[in-house]
Design a protein around this ligand. Structure first.
Ligand code: SAM
Length: 238
């Protein structure tokens, strides 16, 4: 899976690219990340990438020209053009269903905004898929882009150590939240692990986990949350 990150702050990704699962995935050739700075396409004496909004108002907007030129250049790199995505609070809210539908694609070109955002003609002219990570405002599109990358690479075969783990997490398949999990010790500050998880009976454990997932989902997401009838558990009998 290839990502092209178009941003005014490519260095923000520096440490992120050096960590954990993502670094391993890059080293193993499962994920490829390229960074591009809109500023490298800015023309004119001051190489400005932003300007004041028509009609007045606070802040600056990212100008059309550097973005169009940068996108046109980047889309000609690689085997085929990528799915163009604009990170914007006005976009479709990211959820696991959207992540899964995108995970079948092999290349993404991500537009990260800054300041007051993009001149609207960038959206009109380039027709990106617009994605929001939630109803709140971050300072730029770089962290939202990292969120999108995090969610997508987990679904690339070979990226997770245990291939089954993304299948059994919250929101996978039936849309329920994950059941509570525990590790050693059996007792910590008076809090104990449910007995059923210690008895080695896989059918009982699967049943307990399924029930715990459903009740946690209803409790936290409301009684009307649509749920699948049964949730398959790792190691459960058919
Ligand atoms: N003026 C914009 C508005 O009110 O919608 C907010 C601009 S925000 C400070 C700058 C950039 O951060 C945006 O262009 C976008 O790329 C990114 N951004 C901020 N919040 C976001 C969110 N919830 N989801 C995705 N991107 C976001």
């Amino acid at each position: 899976m290839r990502f092209d990150l178009l941003t005014l702050f490519p260095d923000l990704f520096e440490s992120y690219l050096q960590q954990s699962l993502l670094k391993k995935a890059i080293d193993r050739g499962l994920v490829e990340i390229h960074r591009w700075n809109f500023r490298d396409w800015a023309t004119g004496r001051h190489q400005s990438v932003d300007d004041k909004p028509y009609g007045g108002g606070p802040g600056m907007l990212i100008r059309c020209q550097p973005v169009f030129d940068c996108v046109e250049h980047v889309q000609c790199q690689g085997a085929a053009p990528g799915r163009l995505i604009m990170l914007t609070p006005a976009g479709q809210t990211l959820d696991q269903r959207l992540v899964e539908s995108l995970s079948h694609e092999s290349r993404f070109v991500l537009l990260c905004g800054r300041y007051e955002g993009f001149d609207d003609r960038i959206r009109q002219g380039l027709a990106p898929l617009e994605i929001s990570i939630g109803d709140y405002i971050t300072n730029g599109g770089e962290v939202p882009a990292m969120v999108l990358i995090e969610t997508l690479i987990r679904l690339v075969p070979g990226v997770l150590g245990d291939e089954t783990s993304s299948q059994y997490e919250s929101f996978a398949e039936s849309g329920v939240l994950e059941y509570p999990q525990f590790t050693r010790p059996r007792e910590f500050r008076g809090m104990t692990v449910p007995d059923v998880l210690l008895n080695g009976n896989h059918a009982e454990i699967a049943h307990w986990r399924s029930a715990a997932s459903l009740s946690r989902t209803r409790e936290r997401r409301g009684p009307d949350t649509p749920l699948a009838d049964e949730r398959k558990e790792p190691g459960a009998c058919p």
